[in-house]
Write a protein that binds this ligand. Structure first.
Ligand code: FAD
Length: 377
């Protein structure tokens, strides 16, 4: 892998104030680099604020590579959270959660056991539990459960509140945040980036730029630089269920691709369901009914007192592998774009990007990033 030149002799502009852009900016500032973080709205206004806030390795059909990347990111979240709380405040309801990857038939049992091997290979805490033990842990669970992988290495938090604390912590670390400032282009001179242009006619000089623009990245690089990158908006719908007088769930559950987790504020998140409308995703009765049916089937003992349907979108990349590293062809342009598990991956993407930009160190797990294949049209 080519090691880019370290050329951070000016401001680094990070475009996109989601959890990924914030992590990148926070880590760069921690290394003494002058950083400006730019968002067209405010930190967390994109996919991040609408996510479930799960820092949960193996939240999809992940292979060993993805689970290892997730495990490393979880360790980095644990490393940086205490300092973020110290300077940003700790009112974001973070909690260690256990996730039961439930199985109701042999096919699901084999998939849950595969997750178990992947978690063990990555050094994460998990064990197999039979149906009876699962129901002892969480009495609302269905009698149809024959067993499951109890994944004990996850954190969950309120993503909107976290982002407010994280933005404060980033500013304390030295990051300048520009809110409601929409980037509309990049200026390249002599083969390298020299500035970011804004919709309002102003611009910012910079020595490097990091595009952490999530689902908007495909459009941005196409319009601004003439590159085609495989990043698509991926619509998702989820439910927030009110507990009412019900007892909070003891254990989070993942079944049939749906995560059900009780937040510390008592809201139960259940999601997500794919919505092909992408950027135009809107709450639908169909998605609400389907998600409620999954909850009723796996947790028949749980009855919500209120339901809110939320539609949002995240970026999706091939095989859910993040695009991270330097964009080939123009000096000083970096990307940090995860797929639909970007809340988890944000810490490792922040670390990889800052280490690459400041120390020229390419993380070994960057090898699989589809970015290496990017070429202008
Ligand atoms: C319903 C739902 C549930 C999810 N649950 C989880 C979960 O539990 N765990 C998990 O790991 N992941 C989850 N995800 C995925 C996760 O939310 C995303 O992968 C992650 O938040 C992406 O972070 P980001 O910083 O890359 O993107 P975003 O949070 O989308 O941030 C990109 C930012 O760029 C800004 N921007 C874009 N274009 C411009 C421009 N031209 N100028 C200035 N600013 C610009 C946007 O305003 C936005 O704030 C979920 C997603 C959804 C939709």
């Amino acid at each position: 892998m080519t090691i880019p030149q370290n050329n951070l002799d000016g401001t680094v502009a990070v475009v996109g104030g989601g959890v990924v852009g914030c992590f990148v900016a926070y880590r760069l500032a921690g290394m003494g680099v002058p950083v400006t973080l730019i968002d067209q709205e405010w930190p967390g206004s994109g996919a991040t604020g609408n996510s479930a806030g799960n820092v949960q390795p193996a939240s999809g059909d992940d292979d060993a590579y993805k689970i290892a990347l997730g495990a490393e990111s979880l360790a980095l979240w644990r490393k940086y959270l205490p300092r973020i709380k110290e300077t940003g405040g700790d009112e974001f309801g973070d909690q260690d959660v256990r996730y039961l990857y439930a199985a109701v038939n042999e096919k699901e049992e084999s998939a849950a056991r595969e997750v178990l091997s992947g978690l063990h290979a990555a050094g994460l805490k998990a064990e197999w539990v039979d149906g009876r033990s699962a129901r002892e842990i969480e009495p609302n669970l269905s009698d149809s459960i024959i067993g499951g992988t109890l994944h004990q290495d996850c954190i969950q938090m309120d993503p909107k509140l976290f982002m407010s604390a994280f933005a404060t912590a980033a500013e304390a670390e030295g990051v300048t945040i520009l809110r409601q400032k929409q980037a509309s282009g990049l200026t390249v001179s002599g083969g390298r980036i020299v500035g970011v242009n804004f919709q309002d006619g102003t611009s910012l000089e910079c020595s490097s730029v990091v595009l952490a623009t999530g689902a908007w990245t495909g459009q941005a690089v196409s319009k601004w630089l003439g590159y085609d990158l495989p990043v698509e908006p991926y619509g998702l719908q989820k439910l927030h269920l009110e507990l009412g007088s019900a007892t909070p769930l003891n254990c989070a559950v993942r079944w049939n691709g749906v995560n059900i987790v009780c937040r510390r504020d008592g809201k139960v998140h259940a999601g997500s369901r794919f919505d092909p409308a992408g950027f135009d995703a809107k709450p639908s009765d169909d998605a609400r009914a389907w998600l409620l049916a999954q909850v009723a089937e796996i947790l028949p003992g749980f009855h919500a007192s209120g339901v809110e349907t939320i539609a949002a979108f995240a970026a999706s990349t091939p095989a859910r592998i993040p695009l991270v590293g330097q964009l080939p062809g123009i000096d000083g342009i970096y990307l940090a774009v995860p797929s639909t598990d970007g809340f988890l991956m944000a810490a490792v993407l922040g670390e990889m990007t800052s280490e690459l930009m400041v120390g020229g160190k390419a993380h070994p797990l960057m090898e699989r990033s589809p970015l290496a294949m990017a070429r202008p049209r």
